[in-house]
Design a protein around this ligand. Structure first.
Ligand SMILES: NC(=O)c1ccc[n+]([C@@H]2O[C@H](COP(=O)([O-])OP(=O)(O)OC[C@H]3O[C@@H](n4cnc5c(N)ncnc54)[C@H](O)[C@@H]3O)[C@@H](O)[C@H]2O)c1
Length: 348
């Protein structure tokens, strides 16, 4: 049964639940298929035994409209049992964040909150959430602390305010003794504004939050990472809109801001490699978060899903695995990289 469920989980993102024609034991497998192949042959090897499976793809098509995966579903984070570390191989231990301290901006909700949960479940001893919204930031830190047992702090701060961010980072360093990981997820989007009508003050505001705010937090954390000589990992949340022009909504400023975040990331990576600070960016595609849950975008979401090979929006937790990987030693030789997580949107 495990074999069947493994296969279903692995293929679900592209095709939905697939009927399995011939069920045989299957642990690991490889497939070779194009999206519209009528069938997919799967080959697996379990303790040296070869296993095959044929999957009817046609039956999976036409199963009705693709539905968004639902709202920013609330997820309860889990406590990591300390005993697990002694059981890990050296490879797997590089994917844990034991005793690290993390700062996550924009973690009052959405992608930032989910990545903060993932870091907490991977071993960090402390997390500081920086967000401009008092109520959700406070609640997120409280939940994170209660659910995982880690030390979780919340600071109400606007990432545009360099003095406030500087003081906040100093306070976090005083409290925890240092910072090892920074994730910059605070950001805003303006969509459906034609370039010829874009109000200049609105344009400046977005750049100030998405680019300058990211830089301010990077600078404040890196200053302490450099002084401590412990290095660190910085992860900036850019967007696939920094690489392609999103469609059909006009959002020139957002697209430009995320291209800026990607180039900022590369520049900081080059400058700070000498201090052992790695700087990478994640570029999500269309994600099902509050940012996109506004009436003006409802119709456009159908177009986004249709243009996405995986036929769905990203789930709010879909960046978590990469965030943990980039934060830890497993990605120790990786810096200045931009990794796209978009369900295949930028392939077509
Ligand atoms: N949702 C998507 O489809 C998508 C796609 C690509 C990239 N992104 C990027 O991912 C990041 C997180 O997006 P999300 O979907 O979770 O959005 P979200 O709106 O759910 O969360 C963003 C958080 O940032 C906070 N924030 C906004 N401005 C701030 C400021 N000036 N100072 C401090 N905090 C501030 C908000 O209060 C909020 O809690 C953003 O940078 C966004 O551009 C999102």
């Amino acid at each position: 049964m495990l074999a069947g469920s493994t296969l279903r989980v692995a293929t679900r993102p592209t095709f939905g639940l697939l009927p399995i024609l011939r069920r045989r034991p299957l642990a690991a497998y490889t497939t070779s298929s194009r999206f519209f192949d009528p069938s997919v042959s799967a080959v697996g090897y379990q303790r040296g035994n070869r296993m095959e499976q044929e999957i009817d793809v046609r039956a999976a098509h036409g199963t009705g409209p693709v539905k968004p995966p639902g709202s920013d579903s609330e997820r309860t984070a889990m406590t990591l049992n300390e005993n697990v570390y002694s059981l890990l191989t050296s490879t797997l231990s590089k994917f844990t964040l034991r005793d690290k301290v993390a700062v996550v901006t924009g973690a009052g909700r959405g992608l930032g909150l989910n990545m903060a949960q993932a870091l907490a479940e991977s071993g960090v001893r402390g997390i500081a959430i920086l967000d401009v919204q008092q109520d959700i930031g406070d609640q997120s830190a409280r939940d994170l602390g209660q659910q995982t047992g880690i030390d979780a702090l919340f600071y109400r701060v606007d990432v545009r305010d360099a003095d406030a961010v500087g003081q906040t980072i100093k306070s976090i360093v005083d409290y925890f003794g240092g910072i090892d990981i920074l994730i910059n997820a605070a950001g805003i989007a303006d969509s459906n504004i034609k370039a010829e009508n874009y109000p200049i003050d609105k344009f400046r505001r977005l750049l100030d939050i998405n680019i300058t705010g990211t830089f301010i937090t990077c600078q404040a954390c890196a200053t302490h990472m450099i002084a401590s000589a412990r290095g660190g990992s910085i992860i900036n949340i850019a967007s696939m809109s920094g690489t392609i022009v999103s469609f059909p909504q006009e959002q020139s400023c957002y697209n430009a801001s995320k291209a800026g975040v990607m180039q900022l990331t590369k520049s900081l990576a080059a400058e700070w490699a000498q201090y052992g600070i790695r700087v990478n960016s994640i570029s999500p595609g269309y994600m099902d978060t509050a940012l996109n849950r506004v009436p003006a975008l409802e119709a456009q979401k159908k177009i986004w899903m249709d243009m996405t090979p995986m036929k769905r929006l990203g789930r709010v937790e879909d960046l978590n695995g990469l965030a943990v990987f980039l934060a830890g030693e497993g990605s120790g030789y990786m810096t200045g990289a931009n990794v796209i997580i978009d369900g295949g949107y930028t392939l077509w």
